[in-house]
Design a protein around this ligand. Structure first.
Ligand SMILES: [Zn+2]
Length: 426
């Protein structure tokens, strides 16, 4: 089980449906048998005979269900638990997740696949710039998946820019894994220090979107590509709950969703499925998990499906870039804006060091303020406001603050940079 195979990658549309149905039946039967939560929730469903077309009949699972009592989701005895993590909890209460040995092997396969479809081979050396510890499950998988893909892997984690540059100069890694905004800082520092980054051929971008809806680079993606002109950037999407990476192939046409690991849907406000291309909430049923499996998990992330065969020949479903978090949608002077649009705009401006956005208010309109620190003093609040007027079609207040202030806010609270602070009370 969980072996990378080209026959799974290149299944026909019928083969994908068969795979989905096979995995779904096994998954639902397991959940119903082992999980107290799903024993109750799936009581009236004949799960052994369901097909993938029947998924829409099943109830959703929300993050709140897991936060309320994670124990109801645990399907294994204590002696089978091998890893315990907490979700980043950038908003609300962090939730606990447990993984069995089988789950860790599944995660390894999941990331091995992510590297392989991005063209990583045993000739490559991968430098990880994200943490492996701090109860972060993906960091571990970036390591074990890279090892399984046959590459040499450097675990330099959340180290200083100087430390990463020293390692780059010493080992010439061909692959970087990290958060785009951090890698931009790393590359700018490398330029200043005269360290060449030409060795880097591939960058696996994790944790924040680098693409616009039309699959062109967003602000941070464009800056990163300009700083690494010799590298291909790969967008990925994953989370602790879904423990599956939707990652790009070398044609960069959306994140391929592995048929043997997950089934994904896009639903509207009422929970009804929406057609490809239409934006809605991403709902994922990850297969083959034995510690804390989930059924139709509402991720809270907004995106869309991309229809048709990819240029690489895969017929696997593809997910577009994440447009924003559902609950972060801002109502501002009659316009609806995702903070992600503000991030994309501000991050694209050369000379911007860092930024964060706050939202306050308790009635129908939110009060938004964008705080920006700059490295180039010619970038003023007025120039940023003018750019935001174009992308958000609204006059949004901008304040220039010190780099210490943005660093304190953005990196102070969580292992992932946090650019949005929601203080709304409604
Ligand atoms: Zn492809």
């Amino acid at each position: 089980m969980f072996e990378f195979s080209l026959s799974t990658e290149f299944l026909s549309p019928d083969g994908i449906r068969e795979m989905h149905t096979k995995m779904l039946r096994k998954h639902l039967s397991f959940c119903k048998e082992r999980s107290p939560f799903y024993r109750e929730l799936l009581a009236g469903f004949d799960v052994e005979n369901m097909t993938v077309d029947d998924v829409a009949q099943l109830p959703f699972t929300c993050k709140e269900d897991v936060v309320r009592d994670y124990r109801k989701f645990v399907c294994c005895p204590q002696e089978e638990i091998r890893d315990i993590v907490f979700t980043s909890g950038s908003t609300g209460t962090p939730s606990r997740f447990v993984y069995t040995l089988e789950d860790l092997l599944r995660n390894t396969y999941n990331e091995e696949r992510c590297y392989k479809i991005a063209g990583v081979t045993p000739q490559d050396t991968i430098l990880l710039t994200c943490t492996m510890d701090r109860c972060f499950i993906a960091g571990l998988a970036y390591y074990t998946g890279g090892v399984k893909a046959g590459a040499a892997v450097l675990r330099n984690g959340l180290a200083s820019l100087e430390s990463h540059l020293w390692i780059i100069a010493e080992t010439s890694p061909s692959v970087l894994v990290g958060i785009a905004s951090f890698l931009v800082k790393l590359a700018e520092h490398a330029r200043k220090e005269g360290v060449s980054l030409e060795c880097v051929k591939r960058i696996v971008c994790v944790g924040e979107p680098i693409k616009n809806n039309d699959l062109s680079f967003n602000g941070i993606g464009r800056r990163l590509q300009d700083l690494f002109p010799h590298a291909q950037l790969f967008a990925t999407y994953a989370s602790t709950e879904i423990t599956t990476s939707f990652s790009e192939c070398e044609f960069h046409q959306g994140g391929h969703i592995p048929a043997d690991l997950a089934y994904a849907e896009i639903v509207d406000e009422e929970g009804k499925s929406v057609p490809p291309g239409e934006i809605g909430e991403v709902v994922v049923t990850p297969f083959g998990i034995t510690g804390m499996p989930l059924v139709r998990f509402r991720t809270g992330d907004m995106s869309f499906m991309i229809q048709g065969q990819c240029k690489c020949g895969r017929c696997l479903p593809r997910l577009g870039p994440i447009v924003g978090r559902k609950k972060h949608l801002l109502k501002y002077k009659g316009t609806s804006i995702y903070p992600q649009v503000i991030f994309n705009t501000v991050a694209a401006i050369a000379g911007v060091d860092n930024y964060y956005v706050t939202a306050k208010g308790s009635d129908l309109s939110d009060e938004i303020t964008v705080y920006v620190s700059v490295t180039d003093p010619s970038v003023t609040a007025e120039t940023i406001r003018a750019k935001l007027l174009v992308t958000c079609r609204a006059h949004i207040p901008v304040e220039i603050v010190s780099p210490q202030e943005t660093a304190r806010m953005v990196f102070g609270q969580s292992r992932k940079p946090q650019h949005f602070f929601d203080m709304r009370t409604h």
